[in-house]
Design a protein around this ligand. Structure first.
Ligand code: MG
Length: 170
């Protein structure tokens, strides 16, 4: 049996709309499987719009050169309308497991102007650790603003970037 380590990175961005102007498609702001309380913005997305989990899935697939989430869960497929990202993550982890692969470490960054995520960072980190079944020490979650610049800085969007290390037993 040989052990190898592979690296993957993922990125995602979704549009935000103020809650009070939300349409039927609005989705409460969920990051890393954690619902941010009283966020003034909702995510515009086909799925639940969890940018952290979407970036994480792309990172996991990328580590194994398995394409991207659009290949596996196409938004054109009505089966994935309003899809729960946690369920899709479970399917992604199962795909990796078929190849003897499992994540061993992750590092995530979210860019969001409002609300400030400081009070929720540890809860988001704990949620990610639980979803990945990893010890907290192997999971990092960071939050930044965009300093008022561009669509991210004017609360028109939220973005996430994730890097993972995946261990493969062959
Ligand atoms: Mg997405």
């Amino acid at each position: 049996m040989t052990l190898s380590i592979r690296i993957g990175q993922g990125y995602d961005i979704h549009r935000l709309i103020p809650i009070k102007e939300g349409s039927e498609q609005e989705t409460p702001l969920t990051l890393g499987g954690f619902g941010v309380p009283q966020a003034p913005f909702a995510v515009v997305a086909h799925s639940d719009g969890d940018v952290v989990l979407h970036a994480l899935m792309d990172a996991l697939l990328g580590a194994m050169a398995l394409g991207d989430i659009g290949d596996h869960f196409p938004p054109s497929n009505p089966a994935f309308a309003g899809a729960n990202s946690q369920e899709l993550l479970t399917q992604t982890l199962a795909l990796l497991a078929q190849q003897g692969a499992a994540p061993v470490q992750m590092d995530a960054t979210v860019v969001l102007e409002q609300p400030k995520l400081g009070p929720y960072k540890q809860a988001i980190r704990a949620s990610l650790a639980q979803l990945l079944q990893l010890p907290l020490s192997q999971v990092s979650f960071k939050a930044k603003t965009a300093e008022g610049l561009g669509p991210l800085g004017t609360s028109q969007a939220v973005a996430a970037s994730v890097t993972v290390l995946v261990q493969v037993c062959e």
